[in-house]
Design a protein around this ligand. Structure first.
Ligand code: BGP
Length: 468
């Protein structure tokens, strides 16, 4: 039995590069992924689910299925093809049309400014490791704030942890670097500063609306109670979560935290990162001014001490049991046999979401509102003989995570909404097209949409105001 507050928002989420397709039309500039995917040759971001042309259909589906809040992102390189300077009017016009169509269908846009899609020109200049990227990002953000007055909810950056980790540690995001801990932390810091500068500008310009950031949080637990496992879990948490959470929600890094960062760097023979007084002042100011934090949660990690060489094998095909995740002088992930696992080796553990929400509330009490901005289950799916998609596992997944949300709300944690990832099937950055998350099935050849069983369930949940 689910019992969410009646004003609780139940929405869905998308991201530009994964859904729009149309990467070469209407003057769109290239992004970091274009070359990386071309070189890999595994799959193409075109046509994805062709949201660029099919959005009226997707928004109509939202309306018919009671979804009145939708997360979308603005592709930076549709507006500024080179990341800065020249503006592409067709890109600007597209987002005006999109927001207009959303309003016509009674849908509130929650808009992300950076969802993994740095323009190629800026990527080639160092991406988030080049401090000038921050200036360009602030300019892009200010342009969007002033231009798109249709938007009331802004998200600065999606999942800084995923970007930093997958670009610099696991090698699964472009440029594909591995175990560059110094770069990972430096990039995290610069993204914290970029987020802070955008928030501070937003307030300085006295713009209407609300602004926040979206963090992916994989809740980290020690595999056993041994001290060595507890230390490993703490380090993993610093690497993935705490440095970003403290930087954006507390607005400072404690000496203890910086000490742990230095230890991880020193033990991996890498230099310390640079942080200026001015950066810290920006962080401190922004943490007081942020309106909400978004939490993307998919799975938790159980970490055991590990001192061998770093080894990371990405399961990007859905071949269960093929992943390895070991980080030297940090820890290795243990896959527990007692927990259900997705085909991509992500343990399903709803309690991790509840624990993370409580942690945010306890450690960052000034956070006024939390949204689950992504949560969902990736599966290999196809219609059955009668053309239906029975995704009861997804319903179970969503329901069990929403139960955790409902429990922590009763304990006083200010969770205001939940956005299922994803509205429709789309392309997954490192897994391509066979990892489907949508409430709506997409035939990527014909672009036909079919509501899955989960879409009907979600519709009813919204109709019954979170009580089912
Ligand atoms: C988050 C991203 C999304 C989406 C989701 C699912 O990290 O914000 O863009 O991709 O994860 O991940 P994946 O596609 O790797 O299964």
């Amino acid at each position: 039995m689910l019992n969410l507050p009646k004003e609780f928002i139940l929405g869905a989420a998308t991201a530009a590069y994964q859904s729009e397709g149309a990467t070469k039309v209407d003057g769109k500039g290239r992004v970091l992924w274009d070359y990386f995917l071309e070189e890999q040759g595994r799959f193409s971001p075109d046509p994805a689910c062709d949201f660029y042309h099919q959005y009226p259909l997707d928004l109509k589906n939202c309306r018919e299925f009671n979804i009145t809040s939708l997360r979308v992102s603005i592709a930076w390189s549709r507006i500024f093809p080179d990341g800065s300077g020249r503006i592409e009017p067709k890109g600007v016009a597209f987002y005006h049309q999109l927001f207009k169509e959303m309003r016509t269908n009674g849908i509130e846009p929650y808009v992300t400014l950076h969802h993994f899609d740095t323009p190629e020109v800026l990527f080639s200049q160092g991406d988030w490791l080049n401090k000038e990227m921050i200036d360009h990002f602030v300019n892009f953000a200010i342009f969007c704030f002033k231009e798109f007055s249709e938007v009331r909810y802004w998200i600065t950056i999606n999942e800084p942890t995923t970007l930093a980790k997958q670009q610099r540690i696991t090698g699964t995001f472009p440029p594909g670097e591995k175990f560059q801990f110094h770069k990972c932390f430096q990039q995290q810091h610069y993204m914290n500063v970029a987020h802070a500068r955008v928030v501070n500008k937003f307030r300085e310009l006295r713009l209407p609306g609300e602004i926040g950031i979206v963090h992916a949080i994989q809740t980290v637990y020690p595999y056993t109670d041994k001290e060595s496992d507890r230390t490993a879990a703490l380090r993993q948490d610093v690497l993935e979560n705490k440095f970003l959470l403290d930087g954006t929600l507390k607005g400072s890094y404690s000496l203890e935290l910086l000490g742990m960062v230095d230890t991880i760097l020193a033990e991996n023979q890498q230099e310390r990162i640079s942080i200026t007084e001015r950066d810290l002042a920006e962080l401190e100011q922004a943490a007081r001014k942020v309106d909400f934090v978004g939490v993307n949660y998919y799975y938790s990690k159980f970490i055991e001490a590990y001192n061998g060489p770093s080894e990371f094998i990405h399961n990007g095909t859905g071949t269960k049991g093929s992943a390895k995740r070991k980080i030297a002088n940090v820890g290795q992930e243990v896959f527990r046999n007692d927990l259900p696992m997705t085909d991509w080796d992500w343990p399903i553990y709803p309690k991790g979401l509840g624990d993370t929400l409580k942690r945010i509330h306890n450690d960052y009490p000034q956070v006024k509102a939390i949204y689950i901005t992504e949560n969902g289950l990736g599966m290999k799916e196809s219609p059955d003989q009668s053309g239906n998609i029975n995704d009861s596992a997804r319903i179970e997944y969503i329901e069990s995570h929403l139960k955790e949300v409902s429990n922590v709300i009763k304990e006083g944690v200010p969770v205001k909404g939940y956005f299922v990832w994803s509205l429709q099937d789309m392309f997954s950055w490192t897994n391509g097209y066979n990892k489907r998350y949508g409430l709506f099935y997409v035939d990527f050849v014909t672009q036909e949409r079919i509501p899955k069983q989960s879409a009907y369930w979600y519709k009813e949940l919204i109709e019954r105001k979170g009580k089912i």
